[in-house]
Design a binder for this molecule. Structure first.
Ligand code: DC
Length: 204
């Protein structure tokens, strides 16, 4: 079974997806980590992003290994965050990473999280969730994680949201059959419980 969880940055996708995977005993796929790892390699190697994405050997788990190197912390810097959003607009980069994601989730039970899981990577996913939250709430959550002022985060976030939504290839949008969940005033626990119940009901 595949559970697709999409939505903008700061909607709580990673925390919720991890929680659902743990609750159900599924494996968690952080597709954003792939875009980030490809962005980091592009910044370091100065190679074509599409070439980097095609040759990227990535292992996702507790730690993120890219071409054998532990990049868990390095892919979370503001520079890489910005570069990831930029290379995610490249159709060839997306094609290469989507292929890797499809290959991973072909067998077994997965909670896959990103922007285009329900629309492109796994349009046949049994359960699709689109997580949202108010822009202010999303910025506050990110700021708390980073230890910076939320207004600064809000400004950068608005720019990246625009870039993710307006890009020509696989823009951020909910699949028509996705269930929208607004996490603004809800706890992680509460949202995880709701999604786990939806999955259990589907399985019967
Ligand atoms: O979820 P994140 O912040 O780690 O994602 C990093 C960037 O990658 C973000 O700008 C959106 C992009 N991304 C994407 O385009 N498609 C995905 N499935 C996942 C992430």
């Amino acid at each position: 079974m595949v559970i697709a969880i999409d939505g903008p940055a700061g909607a709580g996708k990673s925390t919720v997806a991890r929680g659902v995977a743990e609750r159900l005993g599924f494996t968690y796929l952080d597709s954003g980590a792939m875009y980030r790892a490809a962005a980091l390699a592009t910044l370091e190697d100065r190679r074509e992003p599409a070439e980097v994405a095609r040759t990227l050997e990535i292992e996702l788990g507790e730690r993120v290994l890219a071409n054998g190197r532990d990049v868990t912390a390095a892919i979370r810097t503001p520079e890489v965050t910005e570069a990831a959003s930029r290379i995610a607009t490249d159709r060839a980069v997306r094609a290469a990473l989507v292929e890797k994601q499809r290959e991973l989730i072909r067998r077994g039970d997965w909670v896959a999280e990103g922007r285009d899981i329900g629309t492109v990577v796994a349009p046949g996913a049994e359960l699709k969730i689109f997580l949202t939250a108010s822009p202010e709430q999303r910025a506050r959550r990110r700021a708390a994680e980073l230890g910076v002022d939320w207004r600064t985060v809000l400004r950068d976030q608005t720019l990246r949201d625009e870039q993710d939504r307006r890009r020509e290839h696989s823009p951020l949008r909910a699949a028509p059959d996705a269930i929208a969940i607004d996490t603004t005033d809800r706890t992680v626990e509460d949202v995880v419980t709701q999604i786990a119940k939806l999955a259990r009901d589907l399985r019967g």
